[in-house]
Design a protein around this ligand. Structure first.
Ligand code: UT7
Length: 323
C-alpha cells in the first residue's frame, strides 16, 4: 500500500524573541503569572509588513533543503493557517509562486491550532489516492495580528512562526511496522464555537477581528479530547502508548501537555516541548517542534512519533508516523 513519509523538516521564527518581562511593560501582566500558568517565557513576533506567506516560504524552503529537493519536485502544497495574508486567494498559492512552482495544486486548510494535523491528513489521503507524489505540508501563522493587545488573558499566550515538512509517497506492507504515516484521526464539534473564535471576518464585520477565548473551558476540553484522540489514532495504527517514542503536541500550554501525558500514563520525557520558547503558534507549533527534535537528533529513523492538536471550532486530531 502507499505510505507517505516525512523526508524533510524546516522552521522559521521571525525577528528576535520578546520576553515576558518586555510584554509586562505594555500589558498588565507578569513574567511569574505567564510562566506559572502556561510555561511560556518568550515568543517571536513578525515585523511590520512581514506576512504569513513570508514565514511559510522560509520554512518551506528550509524543509526542501533538508530533504535535498527542489520546488519543481513538489506537486502539492497544503498550508494550515488561521491568519492568511488575505481573505483570498489561499496563502498557499503565494508560497507556490514564491517557490517558483508552476505545477500541481496549492490550497489552505482552516482548522486553527489543529491546522497542521488536518493538513497532514489531507495530504496523506491525497497521496494514498495517487493525487500527489511529493507535498509540502506547512503550518504558518501571524497571530500577533489578531490579538487584542488590551486583553491580557489572550495576548500573552501566542506567537508567530512557521514550520513545514516535505511528504513523499512510498510503499509499505500495510502493517504497524511500516515506516511513514500510519494513521490520522480528525474531529470537530461546532457547538463550541464561542469558546475560541475571532470576532470578525469578511461575512460578519468586513474586518479581520480579534481572537476571543474562554481559556478555562478550552483547557478542560483539550485534556479530555486530546487523550481520547491519541487513543483512537494509536488503535488505528495498531499500536499502543508503550510503542510511542515521541509525542509532538500542539504547544498551547505546558499544563495541557503535562495533563494529557498524565491521563495517557505516558512519561513527560517523551514530550517535545517548545511552548516555553515559541508560545502558542497555532498551526505552526507542531512542525516547528518537529523540526527542532529532528535537527537535534531526538527523533530517529524507525521511531514512532505521535502528533496531536486541538483548536478553535472546536477541532482536534492526531496523527501517528513511524519515522
Ligand atoms: O491553542 C488553542 C487552544 N488554546 C488553549 O488550549 C488554551 C487553554 N487555556 C489555557 O491555557 C489557560 O486557561 C489560560 C492560560 C488561558 C489561563 O489560565 P487559567 O489558570 O485558566 O487562569 P484564569 O483564566 O482562570 O485566570 C486566573 C486569574 C484571573 O484573575 P482572578 O479572576 O482570579 O482575580 C485573571 O484575571 O489570572 C488573571 N489573569 C492574568 N493575570 C496576569 C489572566 N490573564 C492574566 C495575565 N497576567 N496575562
Amino acid at each position: 500500500m502507499i505510505r507517505s513519509h516525512i523526508v524533510g523538516c524546516g522552521a522559521y521564527l521571525p525577528g528576535n524573541p520578546v520576553s515576558n518581562a518586555e510584554l509586562a511593560r505594555r500589558v498588565d501582566t507578569s513574567d511569574e503569572w505567564i510562566q506559572q500558568r502556561t510555561g511560556i517565557t518568550q515568543r517571536y513576533l513578525a515585523a511590520d509588513g512581514e506576512l504569513t506567506s513570508d514565514l511559510a516560504l522560509q520554512a518551506a524552503q528550509r524543509a526542501l533543503d533538508h530533504a535535498g529537493m527542489k520546488a519543481s519536485d513538489i506537486d502539492l502544497i497544503v498550508l494550515g493557517t488561521a491568519t492568511p495574508d488575505e481573505t483570498f486567494p489561499a496563502t498557499a498559492t503565494k508560497v507556490q509562486a514564491g517557490l517558483g512552482m508552476t505545477r500541481g495544486a496549492a490550497f489552505d486548510v482552516q482548522a486553527v491550532c489543529s491546522g497542521f494535523v488536518y493538513g497532514l491528513s489531507v495530504a496523506d489521503s491525497m497521496m494514498k489516492n495517487s493525487m500527489a507524489q511529493t507535498a509540502l505540508v506547512i503550518g504558518a501563522e501571524t497571530f500577533s495580528r489578531i490579538l487584542d493587545w488590551n486583553d491580557r488573558t489572550t495576548c500573552v499566550l501566542f506567537g508567530d512562526g512557521a514550520g513545514a515538512v516535505v511528504l513523499q509517497a512510498g510503499q509499505g506492507q500495510g502493517t504497524p511496522a511500516d515506516r511513514g504515516v500510519l494513521s490520522n484521526i480528525l474531529h470537530s464539534d461546532g457547538r463550541h464555537h464561542d469558546l475560541l473564535y475571532v470576532d470578525g471576518g469578511p461575512s460578519t464585520t468586513q474586518k479581520a477581528g480579534f481572537l476571543r477565548m474562554q481559556g478555562k473551558e478550552v483547557f478542560k476540553h483539550a485534556v479530555t479530547n486530546l487523550a481520547d484522540v491519541v487513543g483512537e489514532s494509536l488503535a488505528a495504527a495498531g499500536l499502543t502508548t508503550a510503542d510511542v517514542d515521541w509525542i509532538v503536541p500542539h504547544q498551547a500550554n505546558k499544563r495541557i501537555l503535562d495533563g494529557t501525558a498524565r491521563k495517557l500514563g505516558m512519561s513527560h520525557e517523551k514530550i517535545v516541548v517548545t511552548v516555553d520558547k515559541h508560545a502558542n503558534t497555532s498551526a505552526a507549533s507542531i512542525p516547528l517542534a518537529l523540526a527542532e527534535a529532528v535537527a537535534d537528533g531526538r527523533i530517529k529513523r524507525g521511531q514512532v512519533v505521535l502528533m496531536e492538536a486541538m483548536g478553535g471550532g472546536l477541532t482536534w486530531g492526531a496523527s501517528v508516523t513511524r519515522w
